[in-house]
Ligand binder design. Structure first.
Ligand code: FMN
Length: 195
């Protein structure tokens, strides 16, 4: 699979199967993240892979109700980082940016390996921290569901989520995000829809 195909095929599906993902495959995916650029090569990203039934069940209470579908998959990854692991240049703080870059690489490698990924912000950071033993200094940036697509859209999905499975949420137009040779306020979209 070439990169463009992985970019275009990646979608935040919810209809995951319980089929396990081997640690070998998980490590292949994290290895792609390792290769991402970071400020001064600081590599501030850390990943906690939760792949055991009893540990997943301990983590579920940290999910918001709307992210109930994450319970369908075999793996949830907590993406964590720490401010002083990376560059802080006056008001520019890079640990989240660099962790996002590494995670983006992982999403594409996962896609290439036939594994779906779905990042979420809908969780309790404090519960996640407590359940997984994450130190107070570390930020819980996101949780990520990982798994293979179920052969059929699972019955457990809500009507709304069932109908959105095949649909690609709309993107801003290229001309709304791309500026040449200086900032042009006229292209800024004023009618943004949230996901
Ligand atoms: C930081 C972040 C937080 C997100 N939070 C949630 C979430 O809590 N629940 C959910 O179902 N999807 C969540 N998403 C998925 C987005 O809704 C999705 O990426 C967006 O609608 C674009 O769709 P696509 O990824 O299928 O192209 C999140 C994505 C990101 C990157």
């Amino acid at each position: 699979m070439d990169i463009l195909e992985a970019i275009n095929k990646r979608k935040s599906y919810r209809g995951l199967s319980k089929e396990p993902i081997s640690r070998e495959t998980i490590e292949e995916i994290v290895k792609a993240g390792r290769m991402a650029p970071s400020c001064s090569n600081n590599q501030p990203w850390r990943y906690i892979v939760v792949d055991q039934k009893e540990d997943l069940e301990r983590l579920y209470p940290a999910l918001t109700d709307g992210n109930y579908w994450m319970k369908l998959g075999p793996v949830i990854v907590a993406i964590i980082t720490q401010k002083d692991y990376d560059c802080v240049i006056k008001s520019r703080v890079y640990h989240h940016f660099d962790t996002g870059l590494a995670t983006g690489f992982m999403l594409l490698r996962a896609q290439e390996l036939g594994i779906q990924t779905h990042l979420v912000a809908g969780y309790s950071p404090s519960k996640t921290r407590k359940i997984l033993g994450i130190p107070d200094e570390m930020d819980v940036v996101s949780l990520m569901a990982m798994g293979r697509l179920a052969e059929e859209v699972p019955q457990e999905l809500s009507e709304k989520h069932r109908s959105s499975e095949g649909k690609r949420p709309e993107r801003l137009k290229l001309h709304e995000i791309l500026h040449y040779n200086g900032y042009n306020p006229e292209v800024e979209p004023n009618n943004r829809e949230s996901s």
